[in-house]
Design a protein around this ligand. Structure first.
Ligand code: TEU
Ligand code: CA
Length: 530
């Protein structure tokens, strides 16, 4: 087997900078704070950090609305703080992946200010401007991801501009070569400064239908669904031309050694895998969100892994994600006992795992009182459960005030369990979820078959999900009980002779297994065969 790249063998950890560690007491996390907490990542054992945006921004969407791509927002620090963070991560052998947001800028970006200044401005065509429909309304029926029409009328110039997200986030016109070059320059700016790659925000959105045709209605739409589901996004995203654009991005990246291109993509499986690109010249890792989106039961999980394994293009490297800053937290979705099983699953499936900060201590979605709501997703479409503040609460470090996150007033409230659920307390507990994460990561590193071995499903019944990882380095069986009842499985010949490497309960290491395996409720085990 060819030697694996770091982004294949490694583990990625996502930091949402506002919420990781405050360094100056203003209640908002920042780059200095992150630098201070790097040793947590070393103890955990991850290999790469992905930072959500820290660039200059009016913060309408908390940094996903960028006014200057090549500078750090003063809330997060300065370019010097970035350089220091880069240096400290390098010293610890950590890779640093940055967020690239090329689909839209802030409406306060100088490019957009020029673009909206007049119909004849040289940057007019950098954004997507259209005349009103015959009735004076929006040019077509495309909806914003944050509710309402995706078109905003500009009184001064008499045209509408398109925004797939907030009206403060106008979409760039990726059909304009000058726009492409400008963003490729941004990539080079950060690559030259030491970035190891990018996670590209909504990469499947960059190209829109050249004719701006109406999206067809979604027959599955139900009252109470977010507005964006009213229509199927047939023309507003995932256009065939996108793959040429991604190949260009990849080309920029390939001018540097050992960099990674990750795409944020929410699409059905068969569309998703197209983002590896022809001859694998697209994204190295099109994010695979199936564990985030699917119901948590053994049959579904077995099916999605098998379908994914089958759909991957030859040579395409898989990846798995349990959570991110946009989706409810894993511990809230499946409960604390199953969060342990989820950890084992994430770290034993074939493919690069991405962890979301706080999931390693079992952070749950916090309830945010109405007067503390920050997220525009909640403000624009209240009460539908779309708000993302609950999964963005501050990291919980220790038993000191505000769990060590800030000496000021945290921008979002801490989860009420912070006195017990924090890194310092869980690190002392040899059976905690944090200890389990550390052990799983250490085991993965010490067991090459868990990184490079092939995936072989094992047929199971009831709430059990099991598979083998197989390579010339050996054979490992992973058996997960997704249910609340104990189960006994007979693996027969497949497991005639085995030894438990790790149980999610952290109390069975070394136990020998001969055919039959008894699993407790919510227990997963990793077994070395032979
Ligand atoms: O998310 C894009 C996305 O598809 C969503 O999960 C999005 O959060 C949701 O539709 C809005 O309620 C990316 C970023 O991860 C997200 O934080 C940004 O808000 C969004 O793009 C716009 O940049
Ligand atoms: Ca701060």
């Amino acid at each position: 087997m060819a030697e694996l790249a770091w982004w294949q063998s490694g583990i990625i950890y996502q930091i949402y900078p506002r919420s990781f560690q405050d360094g100056n007491g203003d209640g908002i996390g920042d780059l200095q704070g992150i630098t201070r907490r790097l040793d947590h990542l070393i103890c955990l054992g991850v290999d790469a950090v992905w930072l959500s945006p820290f660039y200059q921004s009016p913060m309408a969407d908390f940094g996903y609305d960028i006014a200057d791509y090549c500078n750090v927002d003063p809330i997060f620090g300065s370019l010097a703080d970035f350089d220091r963070l880069r240096e400290e991560t390098r010293q610890r052998g950590l890779k640093l992946i940055l967020d690239l947001v090329p689909n839209h800028t802030s409406d306060r970006h100088p490019w957009f200010e020029e673009s909206r200044a007049s119909r004849h401005n040289a940057k007019r065509d950098w954004y997507i401007w259209r005349d009103p429909a015959a009735d004076g309304g929006p040019p077509n029926n495309w909806r914003s991801n944050f509710g309402g029409s995706a078109w905003e009328f500009d009184e001064a110039t008499g045209q509408y501009y398109y925004h797939a997200f907030l009206k403060e986030q106008p979409d760039l016109n990726w059909r304009n070569p000058a726009v492409r070059e400008a963003i490729y320059d941004v990539m080079r700016f950060w690559l030259d400064r030491g970035a190891d790659g990018f996670r590209v925000d909504v990469i499947w959105h960059l190209m829109k239908d050249a004719e701006f045709r109406d999206n067809p209605p979604n027959p599955g739409f139900q009252p109470g669904d977010p507005e964006i589901r009213r229509y199927l996004e047939v023309y507003s995203a995932d256009q065939p031309e996108i793959h040429d654009v991604i190949a260009e991005m990849r080309h920029v990246l390939d001018g540097y050694a050992e960099r990674v291109l990750i795409g944020e993509i929410y699409l059905p499986l068969e569309r998703l895998v197209a983002y590896y690109g022809a001859d694998l010249k697209g994204a190295h890792l099109p994010f695979n969100f199936q564990l985030v989106e699917s119901p948590w039961n053994a049959r579904t999980l077995a099916r999605i892994v098998e379908e994914y394994e089958r759909a991957l293009p030859a040579g395409g490297w898989p990846n798995w994600v349990l959570g991110n800053h946009d989706r409810p937290r894993i511990a809230s979705r499946v409960g604390q006992p199953q969060a342990r099983v989820a950890a084992m699953k994430l770290l034993t499936l074939r493919g690069t795992p991405t962890l979301y900060y706080g999931d390693e201590i079992g952070l749950e979605d916090a309830e945010i009182p109405p007067d503390l709501v920050q997220d525009p997703a909640e403000k624009n479409e209240p009460g539908l459960g779309l708000g993302r503040d609950p999964q963005r609460t501050p990291m919980q470090w220790d038993r000191s005030d505000n769990a060590g996150f800030t000496t000021g007033k945290p921008w979002l409230p801490l989860s009420p369990d912070w006195r017990e659920r924090n890194v310092a307390t869980l690190a002392e507990d040899e059976r905690s979820l944090l200890t389990l994460y550390r052990r799983l990561i250490a085991l993965r590193k010490a067991t090459p078959v868990l990184v490079a071995g092939s995936y072989v499903p094992i047929e199971m019944t009831k709430d059990l999900f099991a598979f083998e990882r197989v390579s010339e380095d050996g054979r490992v069986v992973v058996a997960l009980n997704l249910g609340p009842e104990p189960e006994t499985v007979d693996f027969g010949e497949r497991l005639a002779q085995g030894r438990i490497l790790l149980s999610t309960h952290l109390d069975r290491e070394g136990e020998s297994v001969t055919g039959r395996l008894a699993l407790r409720a919510d227990e997963g085990v990793i077994i070395a065969v032979g």
